[in-house]
Design a protein around this ligand. Structure first.
Ligand code: TXA
Ligand code: MG
Length: 361
């Protein structure tokens, strides 16, 4: 791994031979990490673009989670994404675009309701499932006739796609089945020695992935809840909102696989009292317990492995920290993680979705 920080030049080289990593068998590559900073923004974009043109994969920041991206029109490059993640080949990727001209290169015309959603939430954390153009390789869409499209808001993601001049296919940057990468330790844990370049711009803003929707004439179906809430979708589309059924989930293959899971078990608690009772029971039974707690409650759990979520009911702060804490709890060898439940309103819908997946409820 080579770490480069162009603001303060720091070079560190680690010789490691990561050929078999978390179930993936990959040839070892030397990983460069560039810490993004304003005075070297353009150079960093050029470097990432040259990798994309070379059909390599690049880990880059978005406002939701980090993406592991490659040229969406190159089958060779797209195959490298699947290989690096250990991702099943029938689980399709999101294609990231920078403008409307790129949208038309990957998808056919859009409906009025789809246009309203794009105008309101793009660039931003919303992914739309659209009829795909022939030119999009089947490898990107897992053989489906549709393609998932998103215009990210992060300035680096925008510049990368714009300058590469090609849509970028990018799933979340994590080994398949692990919590999405939102901070540096997660990215190096999963991809050091596997991908050639990581562009690091600090922990991601939202911390949860985009909302994935399919828009029909008379309704909007949420295939994956995310930062854009059902209430926001309803307000803008003027259509009823529905959560995808299990059958529709099969058409969004990512929902079939075990996801967002740490190694430790995850349990939920409705109140801090319930959380503390479970903590004491589990500790007495020999478990190493991690507690994710609102800041106001932290002092109640003296001697416990505590992860502060932010001020009570600050759901954005909870979402921002969730994946990082799940991984840190694993790193600290917790066997059980007890987290607070939240109301299924606004981003709470997406938060409870991810927590339940982590808990396999
Ligand atoms: O915020 C995000 O969405 C991040 C950043 C990097 O943009 N990306 C991300 O990608 O979370 P990924 O691959 O981890 O999740 C994409 C989800 C999967 O559940 C996949 O099955 C679904 O979108 N999907 C992709 N193409 C689809 C399609 N044509 N039809 C239905 N679902 C699709
Ligand atoms: Mg993912």
């Amino acid at each position: 791994m080579i770490i480069r920080n162009r603001c303060i030049p720091v070079y560190a080289i680690y010789a490691s031979l990561a050929v078999f990593k978390k179930g993936r068998y990959c040839a070892y590559v030397k990983t460069s990490i560039i810490h993004l900073c304003a005075n070297a923004f353009d150079e960093t974009v050029h470097e990432a673009v040259s990798r994309i043109r070379n059909e390599e994969v690049v880990i880059f920041p978005t406002e939701t989670v980090y993406g592991i991206g490659a040229d969406a029109f190159s089958e060779t490059a797209v195959a490298r994404i699947f290989e690096a993640k250990g991702r099943p080949s029938d689980n399709p990727l999101i294609v990231h675009i920078a403008d409307e001209a790129m949208l038309l290169r990957v998808a056919h015309k859009v409906s009025i309701a789809e246009k309203r959603l794009m105008d309101a939430f793009w660039p931003g954390p919303l992914t739309l499932i659209l009829e795909k153009r022939e030119a999009v390789p089947n490898a990107v869409t897992g053989g489906l006739s549709t393609v998932a499209v998103r215009m990210p808001r992060h300035p680096f993601a925008q510049a990368l796609i714009q300058e590469a001049g090609t849509p970028i296919a990018a799933p979340s940057a994590n080994v398949s089945g692990r919590p999405s990468g939102t901070h540096l330790e997660a990215l190096t844990e999963d991809f050091d020695g596997v991908v050639p370049l990581i562009i690091y711009a600090g922990p991601t803003e939202h911390g949860l992935e985009s909302t994935v929707v399919r828009v029909y004439e008379d309704e909007v179906v949420i295939l994956r809840p995310g930062t854009v809430s059902p209430e926001m979708l309803q307000q803008v589309s003027h259509l009823p909102i529905r959560f995808g059924s299990a059958k529709e989930g099969a058409a969004s293959p990512g929902t079939r696989y075990k996801h967002y899971a740490p190694t430790a078990r995850v349990e939920t608690a409705s109140t801090v009292e319930e959380q503390l009772v479970r903590y004491k029971e589990a500790q007495a039974a020999g478990e190493r317990v991690a507690l994710f707690m609102w800041n106001e409650d932290v002092l109640l759990a003296k001697d416990a492995l505590v992860f502060p979520l932010g001020p009570r009911n600050d759901l954005a702060s909870y979402a921002h920290h969730l994946y990082q804490y799940l991984r840190e709890a694993d790193a600290q060898k917790a066997t059980l993680i007890i987290v607070p439940k939240v109301a299924r309103e606004g981003i709470g819908t997406a938060l409870m979705n991810r927590i339940e997946k982590a808990a396999s409820i």
